[in-house]
Design a protein around this ligand. Structure first.
Ligand SMILES: Cc1cc2nc3c(=O)[nH]c(=O)nc-3n(C[C@H](O)[C@H](O)[C@H](O)COP(=O)(O)O)c2cc1C
Length: 426
């Protein structure tokens, strides 16, 4: 990993100095530091459909609000006079020591935010030494991102397809391109009810966006070719239908005119929509995944301690407490509220990670205090990507890490091990 080394006075001070000195020369950060401003600026760089897709959630979006409200309710109680001149934000996670307890959450369809999409994120992850979790709905095939990451850590997030043959192929490819863990996302066996996207009648996958892991997969391609040989249903030819066809022909791998004439792209999209997830999945299916790979397996979307205990019985290696950023179940428990019971259920046997609602370094601190080993950063890095591509993602990561470093110091903690539940008010 070629991550920047920890500066002697700590990451937070170095980052402040960088920003304030640039200010003396008359330059303000192009990527806003304040979370609300970051989102507002990113919105100006996004189409209506993209912003709705990224920012939106399920139903009345009560879960999105709950994620933030729960973080806000938790209060840090800073301690005094504890020599915090040297601070260490590093943590151990599986076989790696990470400079900070941050990972990049798997986020699909990043091409909506920026044309360099996952590749820009991979370059930023590598430069900042932050592990990237490749989304199963990525816009760029995992092999290309892995090449951009070099030996920087990367994991693969799996949506469990109805085709076990495809699941196996995806896992084999993840192993071959150096992924160090498999994250099976459990909370998306059905797609959440998302009014913002429904009102715009926008599903990116239906236009061939965010399906690069599939269209680069030998098993998927074979299945799509078989499908393309079957008689095709054709709907009414409207202007919208022609536009969508042209967009699909542009997106699909290969030459535009060949794609336009070929039934394959449309067959691939239809096939994808049918097989990308499996609502019939049960705990018994985990044995298949366990039997496929020796890589650590994490389950993402765990919110109930009973599920955490069952997961451990099935030999999983880690849990990600997540409500998918409020995109799946409206009115769900906030991830940070679910965390303490899951940590108790895991009882130190496996690392517990958390996402959903992390917007600043103080949120990371709170999650660590409640027992998370590390957190996954979601929407904020997509906003950085939309504003400034690779450097936008880097800025967001650097700010998050700087704020964590300073919050630790100001709360009286010199290392992550010192961040415990008694750093929070009862
Ligand atoms: C636009 C968007 C796309 C996402 N795509 C995926 C995905 O492909 N796979 C997955 O496991 N989670 C996906 N997630 C969920 C994130 O991994 C993470 O759980 C969520 O963003 C955390 O919430 P936050 O961004 O509000 O902090 C997505 C989230 C967003 C916002």
């Amino acid at each position: 990993m070629n991550a920047p080394a920890q500066p002697p006075r700590g990451f937070g001070l170095a980052r402040q100095e960088e920003v304030y000195l640039a200010g003396v020369r008359g330059r303000k950060p192009a990527v806003p530091v304040a979370a609300a401003k970051l989102e507002a600026r990113a919105r100006r760089h996004m189409s209506r459909r993209t912003y709705a897709y990224v920012a939106g959630g399920a139903g009345l979006e009560g879960t999105i609000d709950a994620n933030r409200a729960a973080f806000d309710r938790l209060r840090i109680v800073p301690r005094s006079l504890r020599d915090v001149s040297a601070r260490d934000t590093s943590v151990d996670l599986f076989s790696r020591r990470l400079d900070s307890p941050l990972l990049l959450a798997p986020i699909g369809v990043l091409e909506l935010a920026h044309r360099d999409a996952d590749l820009a994120v991979a370059r930023a992850a590598s430069a900042e030494g932050v592990p990237m979790i490749f989304s199963n709905q990525a816009s760029v095939a995992m092999e290309r991102c892995a090449a951009a990451l070099g030996d920087a850590p990367h994991w693969f997030q799996l949506y469990w397809s109805t085709s076990n043959e495809l699941v196996e192929s995806l896992v084999r490819r993840a192993e071959a391109c150096g992924c160090e863990a498999i994250v099976a996302t459990l909370d998306t066996t059905l797609f959440g009810w998302r009014p913002r996207d429904l009102d715009l009648a926008f599903l990116p996958f239906a236009l061939g966006r965010g399906i690069a892991q599939y269209t680069s997969d030998p098993v998927f391609i074979r299945l799509a070719e078989e499908r393309a040989r079957e008689p095709q249903e054709t709907g009414p030819i409207t202007l919208g239908a022609v536009r969508s066809l042209v967009e699909l022909a542009h997106r699909y791998p290969g030459a535009f005119f060949t794609n336009l004439r070929s039934p394959l792209p449309r067959a691939a999209v239809r096939l994808f929509l049918q097989i990308y997830s499996r609502p019939s999945l049960t705990w018994d299916d985990l044995a298949f995944l366990r039997g496929l790979t020796r890589l650590p397996i994490l389950l993402k979307g765990i919110l109930d301690p009973r599920d955490a205990r069952t997961a451990l019985e099935h030999g999983v290696d880690g849990l990600v407490v997540s409500n998918h950023g409020g995109r799946q179940v409206d009115g769900a428990i906030a991830s940070i509220d679910a965390l303490p019971n899951i940590v108790e259920a895991a009882d130190g046997a496996v690392p517990v990670l958390l996402d959903s609602g992390i917007r600043g370094g103080a949120d990371v601190f709170k999650a660590l205090a409640l027992g998370a080993r590390a957190v996954l950063l979601g929407r904020p890095y997509v906003y950085g990507l939309a504003i400034a591509g690779e450097s936008g993602v880097r800025e967001v990561l650097r700010n998050m890490r700087a704020e964590l470093d300073l919050t630790m110091g100001l709360a009286g903690c010199a290392s992550v091990a010192e961040i415990t539940a008694d750093a929070l008010a009862d």
